[in-house]
Design a binder for this molecule. Structure first.
Ligand code: HSE
Length: 339
């Protein structure tokens, strides 16, 4: 089998994915009998397109000279071209536009409409138009995977396949590394909100517009995707009651501490409601994680609660989730071919 791939967005996540693909493609060929051929890489100002396959070794060795590549074409856009490339997998890693989901939404719709499987690390299309995208993928018999959109490499969405004999009733989660980092630093080191936010930005956790983190919008988007996926809902971001962390003072954290509590920014899905807000959590609760970690606690019908935790941000972490999605699609396509 040949997997002809186009990557849209060569930022941190996209570049890390290319590195992983270079490392793992021989394994994918050997174990899954699938040749991964990278046909196109789109950036905002042009693209490298080579239908015979882009030389990944050369490309990554000369990463700084991306736009000097022999196959670079300036001002070429993915929109309108996706169906012309002869690809069967489109990987979307452009920056998220939380208001419109564009240009990722258009790329995803165009790929699916042309029978091309999709993997996305871009969350906005999914918290804005989850049902529309899922319905289209189903209609076209295409795979659409987006594990990296929630808690990055933590298998927050694919866990559903492992709980198929159970029922998830409620979700309680910490889904934004920036906010958890800020609250942890304020509580343990007593530093100010502004300084902690600056640190989170310097460490690369925060969104380009950090008000999306501290205002709770990023968490709300992830919660929508998580709840739709795991609880079978069809919500959008407008259905979430959102309160950020900007009103949390060092005094409030101090008072909480005296009583044996800590303040955490939680994402909760229960009884048809989606809530994002700061809440008091017992200091010895498993929800009391520090730094930029994410945590997801699932209340299940038959097996109590299940908790998993890990790095929720970072280029390589997200890229590893994309590679997982890719291998899973290869496995599914192989099954279909052999039937
Ligand atoms: N700004 C996000 C966070 C990045 O802090 O969790 C990962 O989605």
């Amino acid at each position: 089998m040949e997997l002809k791939i186009c990557l849209i967005g060569k930022g941190n996540v996209g570049t890390c994915f290319l590195q992983l693909l270079k490392e793992k493609r021989h394994m994918i060929k050997e174990i899954y009998n699938c040749e991964c051929i990278l046909v196109a890489i789109f950036e905002h100002d042009g693209a490298i397109i080579n239908k015979d396959g882009i030389d990944l070794n050369e490309l990554l060795a000369k990463s700084a000279n991306f736009r000097k590549n022999l196959f670079w074409k300036k001002d070429v856009k993915a929109k309108g071209l996706i169906s012309e490339l002869g690809i069967n997998l489109c990987i979307e890693t452009t920056p998220t536009n939380p208001n419109t989901g564009e240009p990722a939404l258009t790329h995803i719709i165009e790929a699916l409409s042309n029978n091309i499987d999709v993997i996305s690390s871009n969350k906005a299309p999914f918290f804005l138009y989850y049902k529309r995208i899922k319905d289209l993928a189903e209609k076209m018999n295409c795979f659409i995977r987006y594990e990296a959109t929630v808690a990055s490499c933590v298998p927050a969405l694919s866990i559903k396949r492992n709980l198929i004999g159970n029922k998830i009733i409620r979700i309680k989660a910490i889904l934004n590394g920036t906010n958890n980092y800020i609250l942890s630093r304020m509580a343990t080191e007593g530093i100010s909100f502004a300084v902690a936010l600056k640190e989170a930005q310097e460490l690369g956790y925060a969104e380009a517009d950090p008000s999306l983190d501290v205002g709770g919008f990023d968490t709300a988007g992830k919660l929508v995707i998580l709840a739709n996926e795991l609880l079978g809902w069809s919500k959008s971001i407008e259905d979430v009651k959102i309160e950020g962390i900007t009103k949390i003072t060092p005094q409030a954290l101090e008072l909480a501490k005296i009583d044996g509590y800590i303040i955490k920014h939680l994402a909760i899905a229960e009884e048809n409601n989606l809530i994002v807000e700061p809440r008091l959590v017992k200091r010895d609760s498993p929800l009391n994680i520090s730094g930029a970690l994410n945590l997801i606690k699932l209340q299940t019908k038959h097996a109590g609660s299940i908790i998993f935790m890990g790095k929720g941000a970072g280029g390589l972490e997200a890229a590893s989730a994309i590679l997982n999605d890719l291998i899973n699609i290869v496995i599914e396509r192989n099954k279909i071919r052999h039937n």
